[in-house]
Design a binder for this molecule. Structure first.
Ligand code: OGA
Ligand code: MN
Length: 223
């Protein structure tokens, strides 16, 4: 496949960035369907399925507290690496463009990005959680890209997002449709992956704050 196929479609354009920033300012999250080049989504799925990614059981917690907990999550994960394939390099480059475009529009101070493939076998789930470790303010903005062709409602595996004002209230429940990209403020939105009834692939990623800028950034994101 030609590298140009992977970046064709020019996402994110200035108008994509304007719309995404407006949604983040207003609601703190956005759902973008079919915005990425289809060849890129195809190639990422081929990587995930075809051994270009080294899947291991996912763990939760940081450092000494890090352990896998099958009651919390049952997916397997593999970090994206720019040198692993043209597709992974193209996806990370696209996210770098998103980072600088959002930094020009919002005062988020996004500095770096990391992403992992996750595979949820039939029956797997990820219980309700926040992506940001409280008090560390390290993950600012979360992204999830879904890689599942022809997903049906009966296949389940929805991403259930809770209301920041009351995290017992469901805000929306999103099927992991092929090419769907969900973006949300990491510290604001509790979310969970409902048990899937089919093998399910996604790429979860996080924009981090420049740790050197911590002291200079106000505690709540200006919305
Ligand atoms: C995560 C996550 C959501 C999904 O990996 O932190 O919430 O829908 N993933 O795969
Ligand atoms: Mn999450």
């Amino acid at each position: 496949m030609l590298a140009t196929d992977l970046s064709a479609g020019a996402f994110p354009t200035e108008s994509h960035l304007d719309a995404l920033s407006a949604a983040l300012r207003l609601r703190g999250y956005a759902v973008l369907d079919n915005m990425l080049p289809p060849a890129l989504v195809d190639a990422l799925l081929a990587d995930a399925r075809g051994g270009q990614a080294d899947f291991r059981p996912a763990a939760t917690g940081r450092r000494a507290r890090r352990r896998s907990n099958p009651f919390v999550r049952r997916d397997a994960i593999a970090w994206l690496e720019p040198q692993a394939s043209a597709a992974q390099a193209a996806y990370l480059a696209l996210m770098a463009a998103l980072r600088s475009g959002l930094n020009r529009r919002l005062l988020l101070g996004l500095f770096s990005y990391e992403a992992q493939f996750s595979h949820y076998p039939d029956g797997a789930f990820y219980r309700k959680h926040y992506d940001a470790f409280r008090g560390e303010r390290n993950r600012v903005l979360s992204t999830v890209l879904y890689l599942n062709p022809a997903w049906q409602s009966d296949d389940a595996g929805q991403l259930r997002v809770f209301d920041p004002a009351d995290d017992t209230l469901e805000l929306c429940c999103l099927l992991p449709h092929y090419g769907r990209l969900v973006v949300f403020l990491s510290e604001e939105f509790a979310h969970e992956v409902l048990p899937t009834r089919r093998s399910r692939y996604s790429i979860a990623g996080w924009f981090r704050l420049n740790s050197g800028a911590l002291a200079a950034v106000p505690l709540s994101v200006p919305l």
